[in-house]
Design a protein around this ligand. Structure first.
Ligand code: SF4
Length: 80
């Protein structure tokens, strides 16, 4: 049994380039403030600071790649 992977974004460091939303639009989205946020299970943007969302298994690689490529180094994985 592997642990559930969760992800959160530190918006203070987000450059707003949108790379994460290109990699995994089901998990990340840019808001009108130009910063990226994680999405909840129903697709709603979660905007509380440090809030985490569950990474669906089929998007795990995309989310890990997003975290690696993120120019702000502000995508954080928990439980990997
Ligand atoms: S890839 Fe990183 S810096 Fe770029 S929009 Fe996403 S969270 Fe922000």
């Amino acid at each position: 049994m592997s642990e559930e992977l969760q992800v959160w974004i530190d918006q203070d460091l987000c450059t707003g380039d949108g790379l994460c939303a290109q990699y995994a639009p089901e998990v990340f989205e840019l808001d009108i403030d130009g910063l990226a946020y994680v999405k909840g299970d129903s697709g709603d943007l979660l905007q509380a600071p440090g809030v985490r969302t569950r990474v669906p298994l089929h998007l795990k690689l995309e989310v890990i790649d997003s975290a690696k490529e993120c120019p702000g180094e502000c995508i954080h994985l928990v439980g990997e």
